[in-house]
Write a protein that binds this ligand. Structure first.
Ligand code: 5GP
Ligand code: ZN
Length: 115
């Protein structure tokens, strides 16, 4: 928990959001500035600033995040057409919130490579 972290505040329930998913490790909710018809953020409840801060103890957490992404993609109906799971690490990659999160994007043709 970091007191000045927006995603920690959401995890604590201090900032209300409509949760698409929550369990004892992660939560998922719609991005406030969606970049696709379906754009969820999958966020660990633990405050981990970036991918570079992952430790051995987080090995199963990261696998769990991908299983949740696949489950949500199926539920949203974007699994068959295709979807993207993105983690931006540090500024040049576009990270703006310093609490690890994975974008789940789908519902349109997604260009590759990304800009
Ligand atoms: P990043 O740029 O760090 O990869 O992704 C951060 C994402 O969090 C951005 O897409 C941004 O729109 C989203 N975001 C930032 N603040 C909030 C918020 O208060 N609520 C929600 N739902 N999304 C947020
Ligand atoms: Zn946090």
């Amino acid at each position: 928990m970091s007191t000045d972290c927006i995603f920690c505040k959401i995890a604590q329930g201090d900032i209300p959001v409509e949760l698409a998913y929550k369990d004892d490790q992660v939560m998922a909710f719609r991005d406030i500035a969606p970049q696709a018809p379906h754009h969820l953020l999958i966020v660990p409840l633990e405050h981990i600033p970036t991918t570079l801060d992952l430790e051995e103890k987080h090995r199963t957490l990261v696998g769990h995040i991908y299983l949740v992404a696949a489950k949500l993609a199926r539920e949203l109906g974007i699994a068959e057409d295709g979807f993207r799971v993105v983690n931006n690490c540090n500024e040049a990659a576009g990270q703006t919130v310093w609490h690890l999160h994975f974008h789940l994007l789908g519902g349109r043709d997604l260009s590759w490579p990304p800009g």
